[in-house]
Design a protein around this ligand. Structure first.
Ligand code: CP3
Length: 355
């Protein structure tokens, strides 16, 4: 039984007592850090950075060297799975991801198969193992994946920045085809996340970035059910320690109660919902992670401190809160502002915990 020395993050996900509210930041290793941009330039491209376990480890550790973060997240991307399925991922400068072979024809969809993680995603598993070793038991390591629906959005559309009209057209005209893709994706994600656990991930997060574009009825059928299926297939305890799972549906505030019944340990919240009312709605069923508006990070130290204080006060006294932004940190965030946030959360949250 080996929990990290600082296990506040794992404890908060499981609603166990902690002396303060733990904090980490989505995209904590990223373009707002000059040292990240340097390593990325050395790698040559974003995907080359992801594919090198040495460099991926290096950038994973960069924010931890600067800030007192309570968790590490392995540096990678959700789109490694469709890339491993042969869709040909490229990151075009200033444009984001693009697939050379998006799913268009029925035969392409029928040919889709879940990749063997060891064979096709070994570089991610190696990065997980290497980061875990480098952390030396200090703080826990988060592994992650996209949700089946969010992966399908990119696989079908071929790029981001659209309104995913092709995906929604398929949903209403050929739901059978979309279900087929989602089923393959769910199998792929389950074995990928279990392989990450096997290689050292101590908590998991499923990013359902686009689940919020679905209608009330479609969300359950096309996104939530597949995440529930994944969670039921995950290793729950590894080497005697529980491996908690976080589900984050951006724009999913309306469906909170339903997300809380997916089998996850904690629900990630975007910034559109009041975390105090979210807590009332889910009760003691799950922990909550979030949910400062990432735009606050572009303001000033004073506003960041007072906005963090507001989120902490809204959650209130007691356990089960992991502080985070409501989405990834913007590349235009001054790194010093992250320090202000992390230190403010630690300092201001102690009063809400009895230890
Ligand atoms: O959080 C972390 O520090 C871990 C690393 C991480 C990245 N992507 C690195 C990354 C994680 C957890 C992700 C998840 C991811 N990737 C999501 C879900 C979370 C979310 O943001 O909603 C999605 C939708 C993607 C797909 C993706 N990757 C897009 C749309 C883009 C381009 C847009 C952008 O932000 O630039 C990426 C690129 C990407 N992934 C970058 C980073 C640091 C920037 C690439 C660069 O260095 O040029």
């Amino acid at each position: 039984m080996t929990r990290p020395r600082n296990d506040t993050f794992l404890r908060a996900l499981l609603r166990e007592p902690t002396p303060y509210t733990p904090v980490w930041i989505m995209r904590q290793a990223g373009r707002y850090l000059p040292e990240y941009n340097q390593t990325r330039a050395r790698a040559g491209s974003f995907m080359a950075l992801c594919r090198s376990p040495d460099l991926a480890t290096e950038v994973t550790l960069q924010p931890l060297a600067r800030f007192a973060l309570d968790a590490a997240i392995v540096f990678s991307d959700i789109l490694t799975i469709p890339d491993a399925m042969g869709l040909g991922l490229q990151f075009v400068e200033g444009e984001g991801p693009r697939f050379e072979r998006p799913l268009r024809e029925e035969w392409e969809i029928r040919n889709l198969a879940p990749p063997d993680p060891a064979e096709h995603l070994g570089y991610v598993l190696d990065a997980v193992a290497q980061v875990r070793k480098a952390l030396a038991g200090d703080i826990p390591l988060i592994g992650f994946s996209g949700s089946p629906f969010t992966l399908a959005c990119y696989m079908i559309e071929g790029k981001s920045g659209s309104d995913f009209a092709t995906v929604k057209k398929m949903l209403y005209r050929r739901p059978d085809l979309l279900h087929h893709i989602l089923d393959i994706n769910a199998q792929a994600v389950t074995s990928y996340l279990n392989a990450q656990i096997e290689n050292g991930a101590q908590a998991l997060m499923i990013f359902d970035t686009w689940g919020g574009i679905l209608s009330h009825a479609a969300y359950e059928q096309f996104s939530l059910n597949y995440m529930t299926q994944i969670i039921s297939g995950l290793t729950k305890v590894h080497e005697g320690v529980r491996v908690p799972t976080i589900v984050f549906t951006k724009g999913g505030g309306l469906w909170l109660e339903r997300i809380a019944t997916s089998g996850c340990d904690a629900v990630g919240l975007d910034w559109t919902i009041d975390i105090g009312s979210a807590r009332q709605r889910v009760g003691s069923r799950v922990g909550l992670q979030g949910n400062l508006d990432p735009a606050v990070m572009l303001s000033s130290a004073e506003v960041i401190r007072s906005s963090a204080a507001d989120v902490l006060a809204s959650f209130g006294a007691g356990n089960g809160h992991v502080f985070n932004l409501g989405h990834g940190v913007s590349q235009f965030t001054p790194p010093e502002h992250v320090r202000v946030l992390v230190d403010a959360v630690h300092e201001l949250s102690a009063r809400y915990h009895v230890s």
